[in-house]
Design a protein around this ligand. Structure first.
Ligand code: NAP
Ligand code: F7E
Length: 327
C-alpha cells in the first residue's frame, strides 16, 4: 500500500516541489490549505495547478487547533511535512505578533494533534538558517549557537525546540531541517532573488527602468528548492530522528546575484540598481554559509545545482514568462 503524507504549506515554493517529489515516489499526497485558497483556486494554486488532480487538499487554519485535529483524525498519515509559515523575514518586523502566532502556535498545534492521534507519524519541521542570525562561527553547522535577529528567526528557534522536545519527551519521530536559503522559478516575488530576476525581465522588455534594493552586501548560501525538498524526504526515511543542516557551502552577496542576473540579459546592474533605505531591516543577518557534511555523510544528500545555475534558471524563466505574455 502506498505511504500517506501530509504537507502543510503545500501551496508555497517548497510545498509544490515536495508534493511533486512524493507523487513521483508513489505517495498518496495530502495538503492543508486555507479555506480562502480553496474558494479562489486559480489565484492561490498557481504552483500546484499541474498536480491538482493527484492531490487531496483539506481546508484548515494554522491558527485553529480544532481544524488541524479534524484533518489529522480523518487519515492515517505516515509522514507529515510541516512547511506552512509566515516565511518573509521583513514582514516579521512589520507584524511580529502574527508571525509568532502562526509559526510557533501552528507548529505546536501540529505536534500536539499528532501526539494525540498519530504518535507514529514521522514529523518534519522547516527550520531555517535565520536561527543562526548573528553568527558565532563560520560555516554554521548543527552545533552552532542560535542568535536570531528577527521575529521570524525567533519563531523558528521556538519551532525547532518544540520539535526536539516532542522527540525527547514523547519518543516521537520528529526531525528538524536547518535549511539555508533555497530558490527557484517558483520563489515568491518579495524575496530578493525573485525580486531581482523578475525585475531584470521587466527591464529587458522596457516595462521597468530601475531596481530598488536594500543591503547589497548581505551574503547568503543559496541553493535550489528542488534539491532541498529531497533532503526533507531523506530525513524522514532515516533510522532515527535528528537535526540536519542543508546548505551548499558557498556564499554570495546580493550584489553578486545582481551582477550575474543582469549579465544574463547583457546588461550592467550598476546602470539599474538603486539602493533604497526602505528595504533595509532593523537588524540584518550579514553572513550565512552552511556546513552540510552531516547530511552528506548520514543521508547521502548533496546539492546538484550551482549558484550560477540558479541565477540563470530564474532569469530565463522570468524572461520566458514575459515573452509568452507579450505574445
Ligand atoms: P512560502 O513559499 O512562503 O510558503 C509558505 C506556505 O505557508 C504557503 O503555502 C502559505 O499558504 C502557508 N501559510 C502561511 N501562513 C499560513 C497560515 N496562517 N495558515 C496556513 N498556511 C499558511 O515558503 P517556502 O519558501 O516554501 O518555505 C517553506 C517553509 O520552509 C517555511 O516554513 C519557511 O519558513 C521555511 N524555510 C524556507 C527557506 C527558503 O529559503 N525558502 C529556508 C529555510 C526555511 P498560502 O499560499 O495560503 O499563503
Ligand atoms: O533576503 C537582502 C536582505 O528576503 C535576503 C526566507 O526564505 O531565507 C529567506 O530569508 C537578503 C537579506 O531572504 C532586499 O536584507 C536587500 O539580507 O530574500 P530574502 P531571507 O531574509 O534571507 C531564510 C533561510 C528563510 O528561512 C526565510 O523564510 O537580501 N535584501 N535588498 C533584500 N531582501 C528583500 N527581500 N528585498 C530587498 O529589496
Amino acid at each position: 500500500m502506498s505511504k500517506k503524507a501530509l504537507i502543510t504549506g503545500i501551496t508555497g515554493q517548497d510545498g509544490s516541489y515536495l508534493a511533486e517529489h512524493l507523487l513521483s515516489l508513489g505517495y498518496d499526497v495530502h495538503g492543508i490549505v486555507r479555506r480562502v485558497a480553496l474558494e479562489d483556486a486559480t489565484r492561490h494554486f498557481t504552483r500546484i495547478a499541474h498536480l491538482l488532480d493527484r492531490l487531496q487538499l483539506h481546508a484548515a487554519s494554522l491558527e485553529s487547533y480544532p481544524s488541524i485535529f479534524h484533518v489529522i483524525s480523518r487519515h492515517d498519515f505516515d509522514e507529515c511535512y510541516h512547511l506552512a509559515a509566515q516565511s518573509f523575514v521583513a514582514e516579521s518586523f512589520a507584524d511580529g505578533f502574527s508571525t509568532m502566532n502562526t509559526n510557533i502556535n501552528g507548529t505546536h498545534y501540529m505536534l500536539a494533534a499528532l501526539r494525540e492521534l498519530r504518535p507514529d507519524c514521522r514529523f518534519y519541521f522547516a527550520g531555517s538558517s535565520e536561527m543562526f542570525g548573528k553568527v558565532s562561527e563560520v560555516p554554521q553547522r548543527e552545533t552552532t549557537a542560535f542568535h536570531p535577529r528577527s521575529p521570524y528567526g525567533i519563531s523558528k528557534v521556538a519551532g525547532f525546540q518544540l520539535t526536539r522536545n516532542y522527540r525527547e519527551a514523547y519518543g516521537m519521530f520528529c526531525s528538524n531541517g536547518i535549511l539555508f536559503n533555497h530558490e527557484g522559478a517558483r520563489r515568491g516575488f518579495e524575496f530578493v532573488t525573485r525580486k531581482i530576476t523578475s525585475t531584470v525581465a521587466r527591464i529587458k522588455y522596457n516595462l521597468a527602468n530601475e531596481l530598488r534594493l536594500g543591503n547589497l552586501e548581505a551574503k547568503r548560501d543559496w541553493g535550489h528548492a528542488a534539491d532541498y525538498v529531497q533532503a526533507m524526504y531523506l530525513m524522514l526515511q532515516h533510522d532515527t530522528p535528528d537535526d540536519f543542516v542543508i546548505a551548499t557551502g558557498e556564499t554570495h552577496s546580493v550584489r553578486e546575484f545582481c551582477e550575474l542576473a543582469f549579465a544574463e540579459v547583457n546588461l550592467d546592474y550598476q546602470d539599474y540598481v538603486k539602493v533604497d533605505e526602505r528595504f533595509y531591516r532593523p537588524a540584518e543577518v550579514e553572513l550565512l554559509v552552511g556546513d552540510a557534511s552531516k547530511a552528506r555523510r548520514v543521508l547521502g544528500w548533496k546539492p546538484t545545482r550551482t549558484f550560477k545555475d540558479i541565477v540563470k534558471e530564474m532569469v530565463r524563466e522570468d524572461v520566458a514568462a514575459l515573452k509568452s505574455n507579450s505574445g
